[in-house]
Design a binder for this molecule. Structure first.
Ligand code: NAD
Length: 393
């Protein structure tokens, strides 16, 4: 089949196997050319490894630190009629391209079964872990103890929020009215995107005695600026991220006997499957990218995560921590000159001037790249088997 992007709102229902491979290989090449990082990471587990910040974290661990990696993700394989999801192709490309051990477990990271499979793989193939990067972003979680299916909500709290947003398809600046979340929405979002599952991973690995002395674990958060606070940090998602902060402290106590630590790292806004679903944030990102590119300060996923490892995780690095103990690599995005200009443009941005003020083409390009479209050197007219090299299941 000739594979073209099929976009439905903020999701693309097709993915290009060669394009995804080119995207992954480009990131690996970037890390190889950026130079090795001595971070004492020999064995790493990345939960949420198939896209966005998790994939970048796995690539830096393997190609930058020379680590063996186990990845966990929830992706769909191809059939004779449908392409796989992008992450499925990404995992395949990653496993083929890196040196050393690289295995991916596809399944529900929230389940006890998947955790048991990971424990077995680590015990049999890797030995003890030095690093666990927890980079899950999911709309739902079936709780392993209660069986309840929690659905997260992307909602403000308090009053109806009226704010500018972006219709990326049409290139229109619109006003959205977002109804506030309820106590149930908060509880469900905390259950899905909060820190409990991260703690469960650490418990499962610690009980199996698979954590090396000095073991470190990271989870990611987004603090953002006061422009995005009403929908993010002060909304249902912010409550979940507060719970991730709580979990970091609890896990650090649990790791004391190993001299280990758990940190939350606050990252920059980038276009991923998860972030493109958040209203308001799309318009913020279009303005932010334009300004950061104009000033030569823009970072994509892989460049940002390289900086995280090279400046914050490398042996001997002095970490930039905030008062809550989080690692801050969102410093450039949140710096006064950048935020001052984003706010000035936010006040005046409209459909008529988004082309001058924002970076809609850059946003769309990043979005398509997630699904393997728009990569240089890929023949998008090629008639391909979507299973490319793997049996159709
Ligand atoms: P993403 O959508 O690109 O990746 C999510 C990953 O989670 C994928 O690998 C997916 O397969 C996996 N996943 C989802 N449900 C799963 C399940 N049940 N079992 C196993 N795997 C599952 O997301 P992202 O934007 O890279 O987000 C990762 C983390 O980074 C999140 O904590 C997010 O809040 C944080 N973060 C993102 C941004 C941003 O701008 N994108 C900024 C700061 C922090």
């Amino acid at each position: 089949m000739v594979i073209k992007p099929r976009i439905r709102g903020f999701i693309c229902t097709t993915a290009h196997p060669r394009g995804c491979a080119a995207h992954v290989n480009g990131q690996i090449e970037y890390i190889r050319s950026a130079g090795p990082i001595d971070a004492g990471v020999k064995n790493a587990l990345v939960v949420g490894c198939s896209g966005g910040y998790g994939l970048a974290s796995r690539i830096v661990a393997a190609a930058g630190c020379g680590a063996d990696t186990l990845g966990v993700s929830l992706e769909k394989p191809p059939s004779s009629k449908r392409t796989a999801t992008a992450g499925w192709y990404n995992n395949l490309a990653f496993e083929e391209a890196v040196d050393g051990y690289a295995r991916t477990l596809d399944g529900d990271a929230f389940s006890d079964e998947l955790k048991a499979d990971a424990v077995e793989a680590i015990r049999n193939d890797m030995g003890k872990l030095d690093l666990l990067v927890y980079s899950l972003a999911s709309p739902v979680r079936r709780h392993p103890r209660t069986g309840f299916l929690h659905r997260s909500a992307l909602k403000p709290l308090g009053e109806t929020l009226r704010m500018k947003s972006l219709n990326v398809d049409k290139g229109e600046v619109i006003e959205v009215a977002l109804e506030p979340g309820t106590e149930d929405d908060i509880a469900n979002t905390v259950a899905v995107m909060g820190g409990e599952d991260w703690e469960m991973w650490i418990d499962a690995l610690a009980e199996a005695d698979l954590l090396a002395p000095g073991f470190r674990t990271l989870a990611f958060t987004y603090l953002g600026s006061d422009l995005t606070w009403p929908i993010y940090w002060e909304g249902t998602l912010g409550k979940a991220k507060e719970d991730v902060d709580r979990a970091a402290a609890a896990i650090t106590r649990r790791l004391a006997h190993l001299g280990g630590s758990a940190r939350v790292a606050s990252l920059k806004a980038v276009v991923t499957q998860a972030s493109s679903a958040i209203p308001v944030v799309s318009l913020y990102m279009a303005l932010l990218f334009r300004i950061m590119k104009e000033r030569g300060l823009h970072e994509d996923c892989i460049r940002h995560i390289y900086r995280l490892y090279a400046t914050q995780l490398a042996t001997g690095a002095t970490q930039r921590l905030d008062e809550a103990g989080r690692i801050r690599v969102d410093d450039v995005e949140l710096s006064e000159p950048i935020q001052g200009e984003v706010k000035r443009r936010w006040g005046v941005v409209a459909t008529e001037n988004i082309a001058e003020l924002g970076d809609l083409p850059g946003f769309r390009e990043d979005f398509l790249k997630i699904f393997g479209f728009g990569l240089a050197g890929v023949d998008y007219e090629e008639d391909l088997d979507p299973a490319l090299g793997r049996d159709v299941r």
